[in-house]
Design a protein around this ligand. Structure first.
Ligand code: HEC
Ligand code: HEC
Ligand code: HEC
Ligand code: HEC
Length: 99
């Protein structure tokens, strides 16, 4: 009986873990916490620290797969990627938002 309870609790925590990890920001927080992107874990006023963090790990738009190179020099990562809402594995923005 006790064993079944432990298994149920373990199952619930696994399900929670999978759900939490499916958002792009949470998947990154698993690396180094909120500091993966935010200085001292707090969002900056202008987003510059966060933009530099993306580039430190991923390189510039020119280095990434399509459609990144076509937008190099004119857009920030966060113009398309809403990291706190997008699900891992999901294309972030529809092209016809802008085109
Ligand atoms: C992958 C990088 C990344 C990680 C990791 C991350 N954030 Fe963010 N966060 C951002 C970016 C970029 C923004 C700017 C708004 C946006 O694009 O969603 C932001 C915005 C925010 C905001 C402002 C929300 C708003 O609506 O203005 C808060 C608060 C925040 N993050 C808290 C956190 C906390 C707490 C953690 C850790 C649990 C965290 N963030 C982890 C990238 C990240
Ligand atoms: C014009 C909109 C747009 C901008 C700006 C953008 N992305 Fe993307 N990104 C996408 C789309 C669309 C996909 C999905 C591509 C696919 O699945 O073929 C994607 C996928 C990705 C992926 C997963 C695929 C891979 O290459 O591993 C990463 C990582 C990524 N983007 C990082 C970034 C970073 C870092 C920046 C800023 C330097 C950025 N993106 C700016 C639209 C954008
Ligand atoms: C500490 C290094 C690091 C930082 C900082 C970082 N990333 Fe990542 N990111 C990774 C790694 C590692 C992966 C998983 C492997 C991959 O897809 O490249 C990843 C994956 C992604 C993906 C693909 C998610 C999916 O659907 O599979 C996107 C989109 C992405 N990052 C965008 C961003 C954006 C936008 C920022 C800045 C706000 C950022 N990353 C900051 C290391 C980082
Ligand atoms: C947030 C707005 C935005 C989003 C979302 C966006 N683009 Fe763009 N894109 C632009 C802007 C601005 C330009 C430069 C002006 C122009 O040429 O239209 C551009 C330029 C381009 C170009 C080079 C110019 C051309 O017309 O040949 C291509 C190709 C392109 N985008 C494809 C895509 C694709 C594919 C997607 C979806 C995965 C996408 N874009 C999503 C804003 C966006």
């Amino acid at each position: 009986m006790f064993k079944n309870l432990l298994i149920a609790l373990f199952g619930a925590s696994m399900a929670f873990g999978v759900a939490a990890a499916s958002v792009v920001s949470d998947m990154h927080s698993d690396m180094s916490g909120c500091e993966t992107c935010h200085a001292d874990g707090m969002p900056s006023e202008d987003g510059a620290h966060e933009a530099a963090a993306c580039a430190d790990c991923h390189g510039s738009m020119a280095d990434l797969v399509e459609p990144h190179p076509q937008h190099d020099g004119m857009m920030e990562c966060t113009d398309c990627h809403n990291v706190h809402e997008d699900e891992v594995g999901q294309a972030p923005a529809t092209c016809d938002n802008c085109h």
